[in-house]
Design a protein around this ligand. Structure first.
Ligand SMILES: [Zn+2]
Length: 255
């Protein structure tokens, strides 16, 4: 049973017949790992915490820089120099003290990804390097955890959900990006710049897809890629089939 305070806090969810009190209980029982507490992670963490996702892991080994504040809306000027995972924890605690936050002040690698992900129901990542993305993808497939993956570049963003184990034809991240592009072709917001609000758009959409996966609501983005073009003010969704040659998911068991 929800407490009176919880009923009031989550009333706008409870009023949705697709969510209701039962859906809210599911959110409160959910364990979600957010990898990357940056431009995408900031609004994502805020919405997951506000929504009452009961246990949130925050994985980031970075400290808040002044140049982060243009888009990483979870942090304030006073936070510059402090650990992101710790400041994210503090911000979430102010927003919703019901949430249990677990700080992981570490960079994700093949060596630690499995151990990090194992105790969570679902993983969301918004990081800026391919080695980390591949490590997360492999571990999420091995542990059969859905992976919500978001990326931004300059004025554009993309989002998908990867759970190749959930059905024939569903892709993983490696199906989308078989090999990391050469260093000079990688769009890196540290070098190329990014319109801050674009990270907010895609981080918020990542929160919606995460909540949908937990609540089993609507149509999953698995098997599709959502593309946002900020300059054209356009969204597109394209089909994203599994690559039958994919080294990471072609041999796995599918439901
Ligand atoms: Zn694959």
């Amino acid at each position: 049973m929800l407490s009176d305070a919880a009923r009031e806090r989550y009333l706008r969810h409870i009023l949705l017949k697709e969510v209701g009190g039962q859906g809210q209980q599911k959110l409160l029982a959910a364990h979600v790992l957010v990898i990357g507490a940056g431009g995408i992670g900031a609004p994502l963490l805020q919405y997951l915490a506000a929504a009452g996702v009961g246990t949130i892991g925050v994985a980031d080994d970075d400290v808040v820089a002044l140049s982060n504040l243009q888009r990483q809306v979870l942090y304030s000027t006073d936070d510059v120099g402090a650990q992101k995972a710790e400041r994210a924890h503090a911000a979430i605690a102010r927003l919703n003290p019901d949430i249990k936050v677990i700080e992981h002040r570490t960079k994700i690698t093949d060596a630690n990804a499995g151990e990090l992900i194992a105790s969570y129901d679902l993983v969301v990542e918004g990081i800026d390097n391919f080695a980390g993305r591949y490590a997360i993808n492999r571990a999420a497939i091995a542990l059969r955890k859905p992976l919500v993956s978001a990326a931004v570049g300059r004025f554009d963003a993309q989002l998908s959900v990867f759970k190749p184990f959930a059905g024939a034809g569903l892709p993983c991240y490696r199906c989308l990006v078989p090999e990391a592009p050469p260093r000079d072709a990688q769009v890196n917001c540290a070098e190329e710049g990014v319109l801050g609000a674009v990270t907010g758009v895609i981080g918020t959409l990542a929160a919606i897809e995460t909540l949908k996966e937990i609540l089993k609501l609507g149509e999953s983005l698995a098997g599709r890629l959502l593309l946002y073009d900020g300059l054209a003010a356009q969204f597109r969704t394209i089909a994203l089939p599994a690559d039958p040659q994919c080294p990471d998911c072609s041999a796995i068991a599918r439901d």
